[in-house]
Design a protein around this ligand. Structure first.
Ligand SMILES: NC(=O)c1ccc[n+]([C@@H]2O[C@H](COP(=O)([O-])OP(=O)(O)OC[C@H]3O[C@@H](n4cnc5c(N)ncnc54)[C@H](OP(=O)(O)O)[C@@H]3O)[C@@H](O)[C@H]2O)c1
Length: 240
């Protein structure tokens, strides 16, 4: 049994990721900023026999909750094997580069970029105690600079100055972190679930979260010969 934490796990892709990890027999913390919503999600898993799940308060914009979560996991298990940095926000769209208010961009970065880094750094000492630590940073097609430069790409017009840029920054941080951890047992990858029907996009995605969470779980549980420092989706490596 491995110990896992999925942020933003009360719904959407995060919930399905937590569920799949629990189905594999791992002990899963559902990191949620709203404990009531988190407890409801856990109750649903318990009802399905997945008693190996527990809610834990984590708000990516509140350092106190991140530190407290680390202490809670440390005192119960002493380590963490899997961290899925799933929590994220889209912000108000559209986000044209010429006019999107910098405060809006800052708000998006505070969660998707700075908050994710803070969670990761706080939990790294616990991941370093694992025999095979795994970090998945949940990213997006829209993070790809290469694809954003291809006018034939289907999402070419979707240029969001806050959301896309925050995920590109997260991809870049993934490379930096993988380099920093290359002498350790920890693997870190940026994993793109693909366009998924959730509250995030008013359920306009092509696939459902039950399907797209699979690729996140795949890389959250990758073996010692698995990749690190890569940008991945269900087809394999993506262009940066
Ligand atoms: N849906 C897609 O098509 C798609 C495609 C590519 C990548 N992604 C990425 O996949 C991840 C999950 O998205 P989703 O589609 O499942 O969206 P979702 O249904 O809107 O879920 C987002 C989750 O993140 C949580 N969250 C937001 N801000 C938070 C904060 N400050 N602290 C803690 N939790 C916070 C939300 O909590 P509340 O319920 O409390 O708001 C919710 O649990 C995101 O990183 C998103 O960028 C999504």
């Amino acid at each position: 049994m491995k110990i896992a934490l999925v942020t933003g796990a009360n719904k959407g892709i995060g919930f399905e990721t937590a569920k799949k990890l629990a189905e594999l027999g791992h002990y899963v913390y559902l990191g949620c900023r709203n404990l009531d919503l988190g407890q409801k999600a856990v109750n649903e898993l318990h009802k399905n026999g997945l008693k190996n799940t527990e809610v834990i308060e984590i708000d990516l914009t509140k350092s106190k909750t991140i530190k407290k979560a680390k202490n809670t996991i440390e005192s119960k298990f002493g380590l963490l094997d899997i961290l899925v940095n799933n929590a994220g926000i889209l912000g108000t769209v559209p986000q044209p580069a010429v006019s999107t208010n910098v405060e809006e961009i800052r708000t998006i970065f505070n969660t998707n970029f700075f908050g994710t880094i803070e969670v990761t750094q706080e939990l790294l000492p616990l991941l370093q105690k694992s025999e095979a630590g795994r970090i998945v940073n949940v990213t997006s097609d829209l993070a790809s600079l290469t694809l954003h430069n291809d006018p034939t790409w289907k999402y070419y017009p979707f240029k969001s100055a806050g959301y896309s840029v925050s995920k590109t920054a997260l991809n870049s941080y993934t490379i930096m972190l993988a380099f920093g951890l290359k002498e350790t047992n920890i693997k870190v990858n940026a994993v793109n679930p693909g366009h998924t029907a959730t509250d995030f996009n008013n359920h306009r995605g092509d696939k459902n979260p039950e399907e797209t969470a699979g690729v996140i779980v795949k890389y959250a549980t990758t073996g010692n010969d698995g990749p690190t420092g890569k940008f991945l989706n269900s087809d394999g490596e993506m262009p940066w």
